[in-house]
Design a protein around this ligand. Structure first.
Ligand SMILES: *[C@@H]1O[C@H](CO)[C@@H](O)[C@H](O)[C@H]1NC(C)=O
Ligand SMILES: *[C@@H]1O[C@H](CO)[C@@H](O)[C@H](O)[C@H]1NC(C)=O
Ligand SMILES: *[C@@H]1O[C@H](CO)[C@@H](O)[C@H](O)[C@H]1NC(C)=O
Length: 536
């Protein structure tokens, strides 16, 4: 037996003393807020001491990870949660997803620790939120949103249709990320199914429209993103190492003045906020859903046609179809992607054009689909939708994507390397989170035949190089230029990205080969100081 020095003996004892008290204090605070179940689950995780649990409890109780925000589900939320909370490692992962870097007091702080909200649960799926008629032209305030509103309504009808048409057979089986645990415990027949797409009567809450302002929660420019402490590779397969999964919420409040959490099965307003030491506690009526696989996500949001097209398309040189190449739940798909998924309606409009294109170009279908993919980099809407910080990326077809915010909406454009823009699509909704990337919905297919495999390869390699650098979690909103630590790549990937932060290392980039004089669109939006380039 190894003889421990007195110092080593005393170390665990010391840590126990240091840990136990703050944690107990936090648990007491939670109990006083009526959050008895959360409090006891946190104690369970501390006791079980699994790797994920240690990480979570360490951050929670030591208070040395900087400002944090804990999304705290009510007791009722845990009662409604259909997923098993054990083994302890799974519980630790679920709780880790609720702890986010940065201070985000999103609810009303009345300064009173009353328990009424624990009893007075807002009912799931409040009436009025998805009412047809609210989003009528004329009701809305300002041209910008009346356009989007109409757009949206059309899109929703189409999506509903898609849902009815959706073949049950295309549902990939496991509709929730927790199902990935099944492989490890086959006897665990009880792992509840969290969401059955084919029979779900739940309206698409991500697109819910509220009274005033009548803006869907996840429209471009109205989403804030926080980086959670969930880094377990069983649940998170973003690019790079130790990149926590993100949590997204809308800064469009409902008529009740409350912030909404996105990507949940049911309406999830932040009920109230309070503070314990350096941790903001936001009380929520739902146990937050850990993002799942891409196929699930596309089904869940009724992007049926786009999913089918990814499945049918194999790009030149790739040994599998695009859907499999993007889906990390099969063990080999992408780590990190941004997809601009066309709504079913958009696919219907484009259906005729693709066969015509493929007459002259056998790769046309692949090129068109790859125009919608940024390979290796997960880019959230605050980065895309900033009118102040121009940004562009290379699609996996090799075509340059540019982004534009103007008073008709937020657009993604596929460009030709030596010409102007080829095709623009409006971004309808954002932040559909998958465990290995993000999907934004667009209203049109990016119909461009321009292809450059070398450019795509170089962009991917540079994104991978940036992602392999040590990751430092953002201490505030993810994806805002002001929150980008210089030199880290920080969640938006490296060489495929142009933004304000990168102008600081212009000199790291090779200016040769990328003929900017021919590159009208990029130049026109990158005038002035926001200007750098990528090596080719
Ligand atoms: C929501 O956040 C975006 C940035 O993501 C900001 O531009 C917008 O003004 C905010 N809107 C409201 C209503 O706070
Ligand atoms: C906004 O930008 C898009 C994409 O570049 C363009 O198609 C549209 O015409 C623009 N709208 C206005 C009003 O400039
Ligand atoms: C991403 O790029 C890598 C390297 O070129 C390639 O192996 C992979 O198949 C690409 N994935 C997609 C979805 O394009």
């Amino acid at each position: 037996m190894v003889k421990l020095s007195p110092l080593l003996y005393s170390a665990p004892f010391f840590f126990q003393l240091a840990l136990a008290d703050p944690l107990q204090d936090l648990c007491e605070t939670l109990r006083s807020l009526g959050l008895k179940k959360l409090s006891s689950y946190i104690s369970d995780v501390a006791a079980a001491n699994t790797p994920t649990g240690q990480h979570f409890i360490g951050i929670l109780s030591m208070g040395n990870a900087g400002p944090m925000t804990l999304f705290a589900p009510t007791d009722q939320a845990f009662d409604n949660f259909a997923v098993k909370l054990n083994p302890p490692e799974r519980l630790a992962s679920i709780l880790s997803y609720h702890l986010v870097h940065g201070h985000f007091p999103l609810g009303i702080d009345d300064g009173v620790h009353d328990e009424s909200f624990a009893i007075n649960q807002p009912s799931v799926g409040q009436p009025g939120i998805n009412q047809p008629g609210i989003n009528q032209p004329g009701v809305v305030d300002g041209q910008q949103w009346s356009g989007t509103g109409q757009q949206w309504q059309g899109g929703e009808q189409q999506w509903n249709q898609g849902g009815q048409q959706g073949q049950p057979g295309t549902n990939m089986g496991n509709p929730n990320v927790y199902a990935s645990d099944q492989g490890q415990s086959p006897t665990d027949g009880q792992t509840p199914v969290r969401r059955e797409e084919s029979e779900s009567p739940i309206p698409d809450l991500q697109s819910a429209i509220v009274g005033n302002p009548p803006i869907p929660y996840n429209t471009p420019n109205h989403v804030t993103i926080g980086r959670s402490t969930l880094i377990d590779s069983k649940y998170v397969m973003l690019e790079g190492k130790d990149r926590g999964q993100v949590v997204a919420w809308s800064n469009v409040t409902g008529t009740d003045g409350k912030t909404r959490m996105l990507n949940q099965d049911s309406d999830c307003p932040v009920l109230k906020s309070t503070k314990w030491k350096e941790i903001i506690i936001n009380v929520v009526p739902v146990v937050l859903y850990i993002p799942g696989s891409l196929p699930q996500l596309l089904m869940k949001h009724k992007l049926v046609a786009f999913k089918a097209m990814l499945k049918e398309t194999t790009a030149p040189g790739m040994p599998m179809n695009l859907l499999d190449a993007l889906d990390a739940s099969n063990g080999y798909g992408s780590h990190g992607f941004t997809i601009f998924a066309a709504s079913d309606e958009a696919v219907m409009h484009a259906k005729e054009m693709i066969p015509a294109m493929t007459l002259n170009d056998p790769h046309a279908m692949a090129t068109v689909m790859q125009n919608h993919i940024i390979n290796g980099t997960t880019i959230y809407s605050p980065t895309l939708c900033s009118s102040t910080y121009p940004f562009y990326a290379i699609a996996s077809s090799g075509g340059p994507l540019t982004f534009m915010v103007n008073n008709t909406g937020t657009f993604v454009t596929i460009n030709h390397n030596d010409g102007g823009p080829i095709h623009s699509a409006r971004i309808l909704s954002t932040e559909l989170l998958a465990h290995n990337g993000v999907v934004h919905v667009v209203d049109s297919i990016l119909m461009s035949p321009y292809r450059d495999d070398n450019a795509a390869y170089a962009a991917y390699n540079q994104a991978a190089a940036m992602a392999s650098q040590p990751f430092i979690p953002e201490q505030g909103p993810v994806g805002l230029p002001t929150s980008l630590p210089i030199g880290t790549g920080n969640g938006i990937g490296g060489g495929v990205v142009i933004n304000a932060a990168q102008r600081h290392f212009d000199n790291l980039f090779n200016f040769g080969g990328w003929d900017l004089s021919n590159y009208g669109v990029v130049l026109s939006i990158l005038t002035g100081i926001w200007f750098t380039t990528v090596p080719f």
